[in-house]
Design a protein around this ligand. Structure first.
Ligand code: F6R
Length: 612
């Protein structure tokens, strides 16, 4: 996720900006840039790669005594990670610059319109439209011009704006992307996150959606973006130390990323689904309708958690688009005798886009004539470069080694892809698609609402069960892959042996394991296999197994036969995999914590597996 730093006051600008950007490095980035006013114009220095390269490029400017400016680290979403696409972006004159974190959804139409009006674009980014839009409205009031520009833009943003003619003022605004302001005598700061401010001030204001701020050496004024009316905000005192602040106050990156899931899901469907119409927009898919209509089969290629996402995606695609789907472990696929040709669509799923086995499988499928559409979280990664198209998950960088928000974002991308294929093949009506879109849109709110309660319940469960040495996870249908994922999360971070099973398979082997020491985690939503799951739970009970269930709020029957139950909302069956994943992540996290494990860096594991 991009990082923004802005400063106006009395300190030398370059050290404040570079120090702040370094403190935001944990967010992940692929390029960086800074800007400051000097002799009536703006200096702008941008580089691809790490901040050390930006520092080298700034060597010749060390002597600047400017005391205002903006800095940015970019995590690419629109356009490759190049110097040209790095922020800050400028208008046609070079007198106005913008840094941005978020996604401008209607950037394409805005860009066309501004180009027709004579604006010249220099990057492939969505951000640059903001610079030109502000330029369009700018006469002598920068605040008013920003307000008008933002009225035309839809999507998510945290922005910082600097205009050479008002070098003592920064303008900031926020909608759906974080921005925090810092104040101290004679100076003002803005940043994407608190760590960038901590060396200078602990007095902060968290900007809310729809608010903008005018920063100068004499203070900060907050106004409404829509009306321009003043808004009173409380200044808060931050007590976190630097390492807590990097994690936004969470104990671990993994926990922070679990809590970020409502946003990660929202950012992944944002701009791709149109509520009320059933329209799905995936222009980046890279294959045409003729390829989609002749498809005989889809093959998912993935490893680990990403493979589990593929297993869920299979149900949606087969049900909605009526295309047969195989879900292959990439490490197995590459050594099989493959029946792949141009009528097969291969979909590699990978958070990192660099997993060696997935990449090797992609190359083999491509050689056999298959089209490749990847699902990936890292723009410009090898898998995306070798694919015909990529449906990006917009989870932001995932730092915890155990995948959490990347998984639910992959599910989101698969859900949208399944609807898209169904529509393209005339297998689903607009009405049905619209209903499914409505269900998807409800998800972030549902998860956000239940997270604190799930977390409390999982703390209690962890207290009770953290000493156990084996767990069995059971699920059926859409919840079978979620049982696999729950077991994987527990084993990788707590080092407890855990297995996921299709509940119907229990009697074919694992039932022999059940005794009074064995917790069995059963996922039991109110779907069409509910009765079957209840029977499985009873089978465990009658062998004195410990039953931990996840089921519908108010399901008294389930509660009665459970030793412990986590209550989940009664939602449409197709979004249950998202919902039931989250408490399982929290349970694994709390158990690992109780066992004193290194949750973010589990032993023997790497975030990106680039070897076979
Ligand atoms: C588990 C986990 C791994 C990855 C797997 C594939 O929490 O993170 O199982 O899912 O190594 O990685 P990507 O998705 O980067 O290809």
């Amino acid at each position: 996720m991009c990082g923004i730093v802005g400063y106006v006051g009395y300190r030398k600008i370059l050290s404040v900006l570079m120090d702040g950007l370094k403190r935001l490095e944990y967010r992940g980035y692929d390029s960086a840039g800074v800007t400051w006013p000097e002799h009536g114009s703006l200096v702008r220095v941008r580089t691809r790669g790490k901040l050390s390269r930006l520092e080298e490029a700034l060597e010749e400017h060390r002597g600047t005594d400017s005391t205002a400016g903006l800095g940015h680290t970019r995590w690419a979403t629109h356009g490759e990670p190049t110097q040209q696409n790095a922020h800050p972006h400028s208008d046609c004159t070079g007198e106005l610059v913008v840094v941005h974190n978020g996604i401008i959804e209607n950037y394409y139409s805005l860009r066309e319109q501004l180009t027709a009006e004579g604006h010249k674009f220099k990057s492939e980014t969505d951000t640059e439209v903001l610079a030109h839009l502000i330029e369009k409205y700018l006469q002598d009031d920068i605040e008013a011009a920003v307000r008008k520009a933002l009225a035309d833009a839809s999507g998510a943003y945290a922005i910082g704006v600097l205009w050479a003619r008002r070098p003592d003022v920064l303008v900031a605004a926020r909608k759906h992307s974080p921005l925090v302001l810092g104040i101290s005598e004679g100076e003002a700061f803005m940043a994407s996150d608190v760590p960038a401010l901590l060396p200078y001030t602990r007095d902060v204001i968290f900007l809310d959606d729809g608010e903008m701020a005018i920063l100068s050496g004499s203070g900060i004024n907050i106004r409404s973006v829509t009306t321009g009316d003043d808004i009173e905000k409380t200044v808060q005192q931050i007590s976190w130390d630097a390492s807590m602040a990097e994690k936004a106050g969470y104990k671990h990156f993994m926990l922070k990323e679990i809590y970020e899931q409502p946003d990660a899901i929202l950012n992944t469907f944002r701009g791709r689904v149109v509520p009320g119409t059933g329209e799905i927009r995936l222009p980046e898919i890279g294959i045409g309708r003729e390829v989609i209509s002749r498809l005989k089969r889809i093959v998912f290629l993935a490893c680990g958690t990403s493979w589990h996402a593929g297993l869920v995606g299979k149900y949606w695609i087969e049900k909605w688009a009526k295309i047969p789907v195989e879900v292959d472990l990439a490490s197995e696929f590459r050594y099989r005798d493959l029946l792949i040709d141009q009528d097969v669509l291969t979909i590699p799923i990978s958070q990192s886009g660099e997993t060696a086995d997935t990449l090797a499988g992609l190359r083999i499928a491509k050689e056999r004539g298959s089209s490749i559409v990847s699902i990936c979280n890292v723009l410009g990664s090898t898998i995306t470069r070798e694919s015909d198209g990529t449906v990006y998950t917009h989870a932001g960088p995932e730092i915890g080694v155990a995948s959490t928000k990347a998984f639910t974002s992959q599910l989101t991308a698969l859900f949208i892809l399944a609807l898209f294929l169904a529509k393209e093949r005339n297998a689903m009506t607009d009405e049905d698609a619209s209903e499914k879109i409505g269900t998807l849109i409800s998800l972030p709110g549902i998860i956000e609402k239940h997270l604190p309660e799930w977390h409390n319940q999982c703390r209690d469960l962890a207290d009770e069960f953290y000493t156990k040495s084996d767990f069995l996870y059971l699920g059926r249908h859409l919840q079978f892959p979620i049982a696999l994922e729950g077991a994987l999360k527990l084993k990788e971070i707590s080092y407890i042996h855990a297995e996921g099973y299709a509940a119907g398979e229990m009697k074919h082997g694992p039932i022999a394991l059940i005794d009074r020491n064995m917790p069995v985690v059963a996922i039991v939503p109110g779907d069409h296999v509910y009765e079957k799951m209840i029977s499985n739970v009873e089978e465990v009970k009658s062998r004195r197994g410990i039953v931990i269930t996840l089921g519908r709020e108010g399901d008294e029957e389930l509660k009665r036969i459970s030793n412990a139950m986590i209550a989940c909302p009664d939602a449409e069956a197709e979004i249950n995999p998202f919902i039931y994943t989250v408490p399982l992540q929290l349970m694994a996290y709390e158990i690992a914590l109780a066992r004193g494990c290194d949750v973010d860096q589990p032993r023997n594991l790497a975030k990106s597996v680039t070897v076979e």
